[in-house]
Write a protein that binds this ligand. Sequence first.
Ligand code: GLV
Ligand code: MN
Ligand code: MN
Length: 406
Amino acid sequence: MTTTQLNQLAHRIDTINAFSKGEIGQNRLVYSPTWIRAQQQVINWGLQLGFDVTVDDFGTTYMDIPGTVQPDQIIAAGSHIDTVAQGGRFDGLYGVLGGLQAIENLLESFGRPKKTLRLISFSEEEGSRFPDTFTGSKHYTGQPINLAMTDPNGVSFEDARRNAVAKLKITGVKSGRPELPSTFTELHIEQGPRLIDHHLQIGLVTSIVGQRRFTVTVKGIANHAGTTPMDERADALEMAVTLISDLRQQAHQLDKGLTFTVGEMHISPNTSNVIPGLVTFSIDTRHNNEAVLDQFEQIINQVVERSQDTNITNNVNRWAKSDVTHLDDQLLAANQDIANQLDFSSVQLASGAGHDSQIMAKVTRTTMIFVPSINGISHAPEENTSQEDLLRGVELLTESLHQQAY
Ligand code: GLV
Ligand code: MN
Ligand code: MN
């Protein structure tokens, strides 16, 4: 890749990240104004470069360079355009713009491909605004999605979706959900410390962990902080804290590799002199063995159920489940060969983060390429990757798409 190409990639990444300027980190929650601007920008770049651009009902964008010999064989690359709240500069975006750069490099060097090259910018992967994950790739692959969900402000998924997708109907853009590709490659930052700690340049992903997400609701009795005796309280927050501490300990006892995270909590009425009457909190738990996740789900249900008393009721709702996913061995081996030829140090590893590739792997041969995350930080404003590593990832992807589509 030339310096001009690298500068172009860096410029595009900066352009989209500048849409969250003045905020803490990146805030492209799905269908938000910043998300709309970002997806519009990706579409405009695609149109300028002569791609055939299609947008589906969920706002996922497909940008094609039709093949000259086997146009119905589609070699796809991409990732998601959304971020978590206060997220980083590369999670998702690198795979979208790195994919765009790889295809552009190929067009410049070799002209039109024999098979169709497709860049996909998925609408949503994070599950950070509405209680479902991977809705972009689930919609593309025909998996069920709960359309009746709302965000924490009460905005319905359907209203947000319709409003945002209408704004992507730019002149020259087709509407529809195109046929599935023959292969899908997702370029992504590692989001963990393994590559950087071992001074490795590339990660080739063998499998992706399964994850489950829950909301626990604790209902007590709101009452006066000064007049209610300590032994006559039904304090929902005290119960929530006990549950969290108990479950965290049980997760650790069950399996050291099981992750347990409470990242979201709502307290009502959230006032210093009122005993909390209602608390909800999230649980995100992940492992590379489905049986461990099943066992822990049972533990969550039992602990939550058994901790109730006459004045406090608890319930738990699982709203997301994705299975442990094994990615394509042949594509992995081919990428390993390319990494060796390019003299990039590499390792084959399992991903602890969730990815659209988990969903795509159910319907097509799928592979992932990781580049190092500085200090192993992700889902935070400090998320970063060196220019050299961004470049290596795109070079590997370019060669992989070259082998597949030309
Ligand atoms: C998505 O990035 C996830 O792993 O939560
Ligand atoms: Mn991601
Ligand atoms: Mn993420």
